[in-house]
Design a protein around this ligand. Structure first.
Ligand code: CA
Length: 315
């Protein structure tokens, strides 16, 4: 995480991204002028933030948590609720649709690139994180059995810091084979997707262009990620710093070391990711669904999908 020696080699500053600062910025009229990029790094909310490991004090705190448990402002609430869903560039709770319907076609395009098979999705009332509905995906086991909802408008308007938050409920454990449940098209990588999904039974990222994984799927790398518990809602938050070429990920509010690419290649973690050292995504859409490359089928649900230019939190 030291900038000085690495910058020229990597062409990417290894600053710690400000993933842990208050989520109370930007979207609330009562917010102070404090900007998310300059928020005092010592005020990281949550549980484990500490300055001890932060060697880039000019930026945000050690992003050990993106949750917005506390806020430094007084007018805002002290939780992520400061970011009202309605104020976010993208926020979808699936509550305004009928069971069995697709989500709003003005917001979401339902589709399957290249080919279409058995995969299907619809708003459903059999599970919900918020309210009474979520989006159910019945994902097939073949590549062409994939199905996604896609939004292009929100992510392109965010700027360099892409903060995402969604709730995921898997019916079954992730298998050994590679699967994807979230993809973002990267116009700076030949239009190929940055994918989030599973392999080796854990959450991981995959870069479509070269099949790199984050973490590296070695025993050490696998141990640095985690496996969502089937049948439970899991809050996933991510920050993609497009300028720095960095990824930070939190699951249920806790930083996941194996799902972090911090521009300083680390064996078993993000070294493979930076085999493409100039990786700096330009994300132009976000898609939620299911795509399977080794046969695994899955019934999965998504709820409370959100994108913003600041941390969103799990609330
Ligand atoms: Ca809901």
């Amino acid at each position: 995480m030291h900038l000085t020696l690495r910058t020229s080699l990597l062409a990417a500053a290894a600053q710690l991204a400000c993933g842990g600062d208050s989520g109370s910025t930007d979207s609330d009229a009562a917010a102070t002028t404090t900007d998310k990029t300059t928020t005092d790094p010592t005020t990281a909310p949550g549980t484990t933030s500490t300055a001890a490991s932060t060697d880039t004090p000019t930026t945000g705190p050690d992003p050990t948590t993106a949750t917005t448990v506390t806020s430094t402002t007084t007018a805002d609430t002290t939780t992520g609720a400061a970011l009202d869903c309605a104020d976010l560039p993208l926020c979808e709770d699936f509550e305004s649709y009928a069971d069995g319907a697709p989500p709003d076609p003005a917001i979401w395009t339902v589709g399957a690139p290249n080919c279409m098979g058995t995969g299907k999705l619809a708003v459903a009332g059999d599970q919900a994180h918020s309210g009474a509905r979520s989006m159910r995906v019945d994902g097939g086991g073949g590549y062409c059995d994939h199905i996604f909802i896609a939004n292009t408008a929100a992510i392109t308007g965010l700027g360099d810091q892409v903060h995402g938050r969604f709730y995921l409920r898997l019916t079954d454990p992730l298998g050994q084979g590679h699967v994807t449940f979230l993809t973002m098209k990267d116009n700076n990588d030949g239009g190929k997707d940055l994918r989030m999904g599973g392999q080796s039974q854990i959450l991981m990222y995959n870069r479509e262009s070269d099949d790199a994984t984050l973490p590296t799927l070695s025993p050490t790398g696998i141990a640095a990620s985690l496996a969502p518990t089937p049948g439970l809602w899991t809050c996933v938050e991510f920050l993609i710093d497009q300028t720095q070429g960095q990824i930070t990920t939190w699951v249920d509010g806790a930083l996941v070391p194996g799902l972090r690419a911090d521009a300083e290649p680390t064996p078993d973690l993000d070294q493979q990711w930076y085999n493409k050292p100039d990786w700096k995504p330009t994300l132009v859409d976000i898609k939620f669904g299911w795509e399977s490359y080794a046969g695994q089928t899955m019934v999965l649900h998504f709820d409370d999908l959100a994108l913003a230019a600041a941390p969103i939190g799990c609330d």
